[in-house]
Each structure stands twice: as C-alpha cells, then as structure tokens.
Design a binder for this molecule. Structure first.
Ligand code: FEO
Length: 401
C-alpha cells in the first residue's frame, strides 16, 4: 500500500525506508535504518527524480501508481547510478514505455552496463546548465562529478527554488514518518548520522563537494531534497556550513580523539591516562576502542576532531588488525590537516608506531607530535611520564589553534 508524502504543492516524496539492512554498502552499520528518496513532480508533464533500492521497490511502485493514476510518466531524471537509487530503473521503464530518461552521458553508459540494454533512443543527455521544463517548473541541471560517482548531476528547480541534491546532504536513518528535518530535532539528534553519512560515503571527495558548494552558492536555494534522509527547508545555512567544514577537512571540535587497539588492556590503560591528563589540562577528549566501535563511527569522529591519537599494540610484527583497517579507512577518505600523536606497544619488538605513521604521513597537511611513546608490555614510571609529555604537547597545540 502506498506511503508517500507531499514535499510541496505538486512535488511528492515517493521513496521508502529500510530498517532491515545491517550494513550499508556492505561496510557501514545503519542501526537506525536508511531511507531511499525518490521525488515525483506532477506538473503538466510528470517527472520522477531517481528511483530506489530494490529493498523498497514495492512501496515505491505503490506510491508511483497511486499518484500517477492513469497519467503517463513523462520523464525519469537519473541523477546518480549507484544501485541504491537506480536498481529499479529497468522496472520503471518496462512499466512506462512512454518515459524519456534524462541523464548525463556517463549515466547512460552505466545504464547499459547495469541493465544490459540500450536506451539511447529514449534518452535525453544533459550537461552543465541544460534545462527541462515540465510546465510550471523549470529545471536546471548542474554536474557534480564524484559527489559521489563521476556521472552525478544535481537539479535546481528555478520555480520553487529547490535543489535535488543526489547523495549530497544525505543522512543515515529511516525517516520514521517525518520527511522534513524541521519535524525532528535534526541538529541534536541527527547531525552525527549526517556526518557519518557524509564522511564515509563522500568524505574522500572534499574537493569535488567544495566545487558543488561553490556552484550552489550562486543559487537561491530554499529547499534541499537529498536521496537519503530528511528534506531541508529551514536552517539551510547551518547544514551548508557543516558541509563546507566537512568537505574542506576543517575540524568542528578543537580537541583530541584517541583511538586505541589493546589486547590485554595495557594500551587501553595508556589511552585512558592520556585522556585524563588532557582533561586535567582543559582539553576536550573522546576515546574509542577500535575493536568495539565500528570504523565508520571513528572515521566520522576523526573528521570532527582537530587532534588525533592512535595507540596500538604490535601484532604479528605489524599493527593490530582493527587499527590497521581503521587507519587505511581514514587514509582512503583523504582526511587532511590534523595533528597526530602515536603510542605503540610491544613486548619484544614494538614497531606498530612507525607503521601507523607510514599510513598517515602521505595525507595532506598532517602534522605529527615529535614524541612517540613506546611501551614495552605495560606502562612504567618512564613511559607514564612520556604520556604526560605527549599530553603537554597536544594541549599546547590545541590551545594554539
Ligand atoms: Fe546513495 Fe552514492 O548512492
């Protein structure tokens, strides 16, 4: 049975919520689910903006059928070809042989790849600045390569001043009946899921997001309709400001995030002591055990904090596995401009510190606290003092920012 919501006048949300998905993209935990948004415009011509993941296809087609009735679906705008938005394209086109597809040239190639079918004859290729009129609405297409795939376009509705933003401005979490961010306490309850979504999904492509923000700054935007999470129609500046920070790798918190890997608790002890020493010096801290907290949460917090500490035992002559995975994840997301301190542990040949540094060093704008604390099995008086020295250096650096 249909379950759609009105966005405004003749525009409807026709997506669905998935609360059974354990791992988004097979990597990112989504304990509160995820929404796949699709938008239908019922103007003189009807226009559908993207489709949905296969998981919510039943309610999506119910929504589409209920709203279209006997009307034709004139246009399907394909902004992004990742299957969480494109998996049902073939079914839409089968059900609606009258529909013309509007997409970038690269997206057309991907449609051929995903569905082994050539729809060139029923496709209108659009590029930067191309327009589409549905009657009352005048849509302008804006290319947004690598936000988050190369074929991506976003769409500006000049009539209602709405930005259909594809993956940009998305948030993890099912909508739970709400559609608009102002129907929930977005900035208290959902910012962390918006940040986790941004940093993990699009975080690598800060430069490309900055390019999109630059283009968007020239538009009068009164509403943002993303492909995941809430529609934003108030406090847009606040969300755009967060996006500007995230995509320019600017920390939100001047403080220290400590992530540790510990097999028998001695490295954990060092991490906790460092956190206490920092708090004694008036510095904000947060601490994560990489064996317990999912990497996507720690990556997100690493984007949030200005200073990062990684503490790991040496394991099979390398870095403890969960820590190595985290560091490679952070490196792959191109995190930049942070100050980093390293603590290593090892009972006979501690070497994780050097290896951790080697992963993070090539990232742009990374600065390292000169001292590395090397623990042999457990802290002693000398290494305990070394932790206090690192706390001094970190506190000085945090306060200097
Ligand atoms: Fe939500 Fe890049 O797809």
């Amino acid at each position: 049975m249909y379950c759609y919501r009105k966005v405004r006048d003749d525009i409807y949300w026709v997506g669905g919520n998935d609360r059974r998905l354990a791992m988004f993209e097979g990597i990112y935990s989504v304990p509160d689910g995820v929404s796949y948004n699709s938008y239908l415009v019922l103007d003189d011509k009807t226009v559908l903006f993207d489709t949905v993941d296969r998981a919510v296809s039943e309610v999506f087609f119910d929504n589409l059928n209920a709203l279209l009735g006997t009307r034709a679906l004139d246009y399907l705008v394909v902004q992004h070809m990742e299957p969480d938005h494109s998996a049902t394209i073939a079914r839409v086109l089968e059900k609606h042989p009258e529909t013309k597809v509007v997409c970038s040239r690269m997206a057309l190639g991907m449609i051929k790849q995903f569905f082994d079918t050539d729809i060139t004859a029923r496709t209108e290729i659009v590029a930067e600045g191309s327009t589409l009129s549905s009657g009352k609405h005048e849509f302008v297409f804006v290319t947004a390569p690598m936000v988050h795939w190369p074929e991506v376009i976003v769409t500006y509705d000049k009539t209602d001043k709405i930005l259909f933003s594809a993956d940009a401005f998305g948030t993890f979490g099912a909508l739970n009946g709400a559609l608009f961010a102002d129907e929930v306490d977005f900035y208290n309850d959902y910012t962390s899921e918006a940040r986790r979504y941004y940093t993990n999904i699009v975080g690598k492509y800060g430069q490309q997001v900055q390019a999109l923000l630059k283009k968007a700054s020239g538009l009068d935007i009164q509403m943002i309709c993303p492909l995941h999470g809430f529609v934003h129609r108030s406090d847009l500046g606040k969300f755009i400001e967060l996006y500007d920070k995230w995509s320019s790798y600017t920390p939100e918190v001047n403080g220290v995030m400590i992530a540790y890997a510990s097999v028998y608790g001695n490295t954990a002890n060092a991490a906790d002591i460092l956190a206490c020493e920092l708090r004694e010096r008036g510095i904000k801290t947060t601490v994560f055990d990489v064996s317990v907290t999912p990497a996507s949460d720690i990556v997100s917090e690493a984007f949030r904090y200005s200073h990062l500490v990684f503490a790991s035992t040496t394991y099979n002559t390398g870095i403890f596995i969960a820590m190595e995975d985290l560091l490679r994840d952070i490196a792959q997301h191109n995190l930049s401009n942070r100050t980093i301190a390293i603590i290593e542990n090892g009972s006979w040949s501690p070497s994780s510190g050097k290896q951790m540094k080697a992963i993070l060093e090539p990232l742009p704008g990374m600065r390292f606290i000169e001292n590395t604390v090397t623990i042999k099995s457990a802290l002693n008086t000398v290494t305990r003092a070394g932790i206090a020295e690192i706390a001094d250096e970190l506190a000085k650096s945090v306060k200097a920012q």
